[in-house]
Design a protein. Structure first.
Length: 281
């Protein structure tokens, strides 16, 4: 099954389990915005899959969005194993202290709890828990030497890299990517994602993971609250970007079209099908 088929299944699952229309308003649209409702309805028409028979209860739409997105990314990334070989873990709500670059964060968090005066000076919530994490397992010397002799027994080289499992008594996963999922976008949600991203960048010991966001928000001007600018997030991904673009061009108005095209051409907004390939970099 190729990426296109997986993307179709992704949309089918989203429609079946989450997407719902009540009194003419899709549950990922802002009912107070005619443009938001119109664009969302157009997207649903283009996806053309049966919708959920009832709205997900409470806040479960966001939880289901995370789960379905995680499964899609895991399955799509497996298709690219020849481009990015390794043993990978796709998980939900995994604290960053579980990963090699952030193992020290748990100790720092405990210290700040014991010394509130330090917390006031240092600030910040260090224990970030991304919606989706992608981790890479470290590699044994046997795997490293599989093709040719790379490491000899007892040689005093490569003793600190976390990719080599023998360098750690308790081998941690290496955080490859942090993925935030937002079913819809509001300005406060955008700020929360940026804050988490900056914590990941500032508090790491080692390489910076891919830091991205996935959304179903139908209004380009709201997506822009997160997508515009550089330095914190790599990129924002829409769950149905081609469908969004056609829908906005039909009903969105010049300002919405201009904003959407600007984000796409400025390499700040991509489709969900692009994300597995970007993770392979």
């Amino acid at each position: 099954m190729g990426i296109s088929k997986l993307r179709d299944n992704y949309h089918r699952n989203l429609c079946k389990k989450i997407l719902f229309i009540k009194k003419g308003i899709p549950n990922f649209a802002d009912g107070s915005s005619k443009t938001s409702v119109a664009v969302a309805l157009k997207i649903i028409t283009r996806l053309n899959y049966p919708l959920a028979k009832q709205a997900p209860p409470g806040q479960t739409a966001g939880v289901l969005f995370e789960q379905i997105t995680k499964d899609f990314l895991r399955d799509a990334f497996r298709l690219l194993n020849h481009l990015r070989p390794g043993k990978w873990l796709f998980a939900l709500n995994q604290n960053i202290s579980c990963f090699e670059q952030y193992e020290h964060v748990a100790n720092l968090h405990r210290m700040l709890q014991q010394k509130p005066e330090f917390a006031a000076a240092l600030g910040g919530d260090y224990l970030v828990t991304p919606d989706i994490t992608v981790g890479r397992y470290s590699i044994s010397d046997r795997e490293i030497n599989q093709e040719t002799s790379v490491l000899g027994v007892g040689e005093p080289v490569c003793q600190y890299t976390p990719l080599r499992s023998s360098n750690r008594s308790d081998s941690n996963l290496i955080l490859h990517s942090s993925i935030s999922c937002k079913w819809t976008m509001r300005s406060d949600r955008a700020q929360n994602i940026r804050t988490e991203a900056l914590n990941l960048i500032r508090n790491r010991k080692g390489n910076t993971p891919h830091i991205v966001a996935v959304t179903a928000e139908p209004l380009p001007t709201r997506i822009a609250s997160l997508a515009l600018g550089t330095g914190d997030l790599d990129c924002v991904y829409h769950f149905a970007l081609p469908e969004l673009r056609k829908s906005v061009e039909e009903v969105g108005g010049d300002d919405q079209v201009e904003m959407l095209v600007g984000m796409i051409n400025g390499r700040r907004l991509r489709d969900i099908s692009d994300l597995p390939f970007d993770l392979a970099v």
